[in-house]
Each structure stands twice: as structure tokens, then as C-alpha cells.
Ligand binder design. Structure first.
Ligand code: FPP
Length: 251
């Protein structure tokens, strides 16, 4: 145990706190495989995955990450068996109830990316309560992508823009890549600097398509499934990011 703590501290010491990624997005993947490896039902993997959510949110906040976006439930995840969906929603509600006061005290602002109108009453109301309670917090913004799809978000943004156009609030010439960002769920937030995906899949899976245009991508090894993704893996991803030279199309 002591060795592990020492290892984590050594990694933190190497991180340059002046050049942290401002916005990190994580595609949490591999909960099902984690459970299968242990002959457990898939929801045990989601439960353990949620423990990692708590751990990673705490360490992101501790080192000073300003925006953290977690991909929790995609628009495609409705295709899963009803029992798995209900299990996921129960886990969500349980953890909001357990963790909300702590999030609030830590000055974390919770935002939801996605259309939560399709959620059942209890998870929808708990999510709304959490967003409402933390809306004036000024510390880290924690975005949970819930019933989220990147393509859907772009269509949502276009519809929002068209509404403003019809109402005469904006003209066609006002539209550019910067102003369009403000019609998305991430309105007012910076683009993503680093996307992390554990479990060895090399895909973006419809995650923040507009916001990741220049993001660095970090794929953890296939033996690191999301429930195995601990604080030290998070620091390793940041250290890897800090070794890269970002040109944003320049030379
Ligand atoms: C992917 O594992 C994980 C998810 C479906 C989302 C992550 C969910 C949690 C951390 C639990 C909390 C739930 C909510 C809604 C906040 P997978 O099931 O795709 O794993 P597999 O690829 O191994 O099958």
C-alpha cells in the first residue's frame, strides 16, 4: 500500500502544473469486460466503474483540472438490455445521493451534456437537483455526458442557431467556428485538450465530435479496463500529454 502511495506521489511530482490540459474528456469503457473476467453480472462492472469516477474526479480536482467530461451514457446505449439500463440508472441515483454534498463543498459545478428528457423520473430529477445545487460553484466543471451523442449535439446546435436566426438575434454572417461552439451543450467552455480512453479500443465513439478537433488522444492498454483505471493511470495520461508538442495546424 505504501509503495502505491509513493508511486502516485512520484508521478504527481513529475506533472508540470503550469501546463495542464484545461479540458479532459474520458470515454469510460470496459466495465462489462471487467465484470465478465470475474464471472459477475455486467452491472458489477458499472458499480466498480462508478468508484473510479469518484476517484478520478477527486484527483482531477486536486491537481487543478478546470473541465472534466465523462462519457456516461450514449444515445446508442439505449440498445442495451432494459435490466442493464435500469441498473446503470440506479447506480447514477445512488451515487448522486451519496456524493452531491461532497461535490458541492468541493466547489465542483456539475453540468449535463445530452438530452435527459428521456430518462425515467427519478434519475432525471436527481440529475436536475445536482445541477441546480452546484450551478453557482466556481471550481472544476464536471460534465457528465448522459444520453449524449456527438452528431446529435451538432444537430441540436444547428437547431439552436436557427432559432436565434428566426428570432433575429443573430445573422447568418455571425456564424463561425467560435460562435457555433456556443450553441452546443458545452456552451462557454473551452475545447477539449486531451481525450483518454482505457481498455484498448481505438475509437472516438461519437464523443464530443466538435470539441475534440485538436485534442490529443491517449489510449490506455487493453488490460486497463475502466474499473482498473486508477489515479496513477490518470497521471500517466497527463504526463504523456505533456510530452507532446501541439501545433494546431502550424509548423
Ligand atoms: C462502458 O463499459 C461504460 C459505460 C456504459 C458507461 C460508464 C458507466 C459508469 C461508470 C457507471 C455509471 C453510470 C452512469 C449512467 C453515470 P461497457 O459496458 O461498454 O463495457 P464493455 O465494452 O466491456 O462491454
Amino acid at each position: 500500500m505504501k509503495d502505491k502511495e509513493y508511486e502516485k506521489d512520484k508521478l504527481i511530482d513529475k506533472i508540470d502544473l503550469d501546463s495542464l490540459p484545461t479540458h479532459i474528456g474520458i470515454i469510460m469503457d470496459g466495465n462489462g469486460r471487467w465484470a465478465k473476467k470475474r464471472n459477475l453480472p455486467r452491472n458489477f462492472g458499472h458499480q466498480e466503474g462508478m468508484e473510479r469516477v469518484i476517484e478520478i474526479v477527486e484527483c482531477a480536482d486536486k491537481i487543478g483540472i478546470k473541465y472534466l467530461t465523462l462519457y456516461a451514457f450514449s444515445t446508442e446505449n439505449w440498445k442495451r438490455p432494459q435490466s442493464e439500463i435500469e441498473g446503470l440508472m440506479k447506480i447514477l441515483v445512488f451515487y448522486i445521493r451519496r456524493e452531491l454534498d461532497k461535490l458541492y463543498k468541493n466547489n465542483v459545478k456539475l453540468d449535463i451534456l445530452g438530452d435527459i428528457s428521456r430518462l425515467a423520473d427519478t434519475p432525471r430529477n436527481e440529475v436536475k437537483r445536482a445541477v441546480e445545487k452546484t450551478k453557482n460553484n466556481t471550481g472544476m466543471t464536471l460534465n457528465i455526458a448522459l444520453n449524449y451523442g456527438g452528431r446529435d449535439e451538432i444537430i441540436y446546435g444547428i437547431k439552436n442557431f436557427l432559432n436565434d436566426l428566426e428570432m433575429g438575434k443573430i445573422t447568418k454572417d455571425d456564424l463561425n467556428t467560435e460562435t457555433f461552439s456556443n450553441y452546443l451543450y458545452t456552451k462557454g467552455q473551452p475545447d477539449v485538450d486531451l481525450v483518454i480512453r482505457p481498455s484498448g479500443e481505438l475509437r472516438i465513439s461519437n464523443f464530443l465530435l466538435y470539441q475534440i478537433a485538436y485534442a490529443e488522444l491517449y489510449f490506455a492498454d487493453s488490460d486497463i479496463l475502466w474499473p482498473d483505471f486508477k489515479e496513477e493511470h490518470f497521471y500517466k495520461a497527463i504526463l504523456d500529454y505533456q510530452k507532446r508538442y501541439r501545433r494546431f495546424g502550424g509548423i
